[in-house]
Design a protein around this ligand. Structure first.
Ligand code: IDP
Ligand code: MG
Length: 153
C-alpha cells in the first residue's frame, strides 16, 4: 500500500458528450484527490508520444486522430494505490468486456471510443504526468495533520 499519483485523460468524445462531471465524480467519491486538471485539445506530437507503445498497431492512426479531435480533460489524481484503483474504476479496455458499474462498462460500446485513459503502471504514470503537466501545476494537498493549522488561520 502506498500513496500514488496517476494520470487520467477524459477523451474528446466524452467531453463532447458532457460526461466530465459524472466521470470525475466517480474518482472523487472513491476518495482519490485531484492534484492537477487541464482542459485542452491535445496536439498530435503530444499524443504520439503519449501512445508511443502502440505505434506499430493497426489502430494507432485512428487512436491519435480521435485523441486530438477536440478538447480532452487531463488529470492527475492521488491516493492509496491510485494506479490500480483508477484502472478498476475505468474498467476493461474493451467496453464489451468491461463490467457494469465501471466507466467503460456504463458509457461505451466501442473500444475506439472507450471514454477514458488511465496509466497502467507506476512507470507509465510518472512518464505521463511529466509529459502532460509542468511540476508547478501539481497541487500539494494539505495533510490531515496540517488541516487544523490551516483552519485556525
Ligand atoms: P488502455 O487504454 O486500457 O490502457 P491500451 O491497450 O493501452 O488500453 O490501448 C490504448 C487505447 O487504444 C485504448 O484505450 C483504446 O481506445 C485503443 N485500443 C486498444 N485496443 C484497440 C483495438 O483493438 N482496436 C481499436 N482501438 C484499440
Ligand atoms: Mg494503456
Amino acid at each position: 500500500m502506498a500513496i500514488e499519483r496517476t494520470f487520467l485523460m477524459i477523451k474528446p468524445g466524452s467531453v463532447e458528450r458532457g460526461l466530465v462531471g459524472e466521470i470525475i465524480g466517480r474518482f472523487e467519491k472513491k476518495g482519490l484527490k485531484i492534484v492537477a486538471l487541464k482542459l485542452a485539445q491535445p496536439t498530435r506530437a503530444l499524443m504520439e508520444k503519449h501512445y508511443e507503445e502502440h505505434r506499430e498497431k493497426e489502430f494507432f492512426e485512428g487512436l491519435i486522430s480521435y485523441a486530438t479531435s477536440g478538447p480532452a480533460l487531463s488529470l492527475v489524481i492521488e491516493g492509496e494505490d491510485a494506479i490500480a484503483a483508477a484502472r478498476k474504476i475505468a474498467g476493461a479496455t474493451d467496453p464489451k468486456e468491461a463490467d457494469s458499474g465501471t466507466i467503460r462498462g456504463d458509457y461505451a460500446l466501442d473500444v475506439r471510443r472507450n471514454v477514458i485513459h488511465t496509466a497502467d503502471s507506476k512507470e507509465a504514470a510518472e512518464r505521463e504526468i511529466a509529459l502532460h503537466f509542468e511540476n508547478s501545476f501539481l497541487t500539494k494537498h494539505v495533510s490531515q495533520e496540517d488541516k487544523s493549522a490551516v483552519l485556525a488561520l
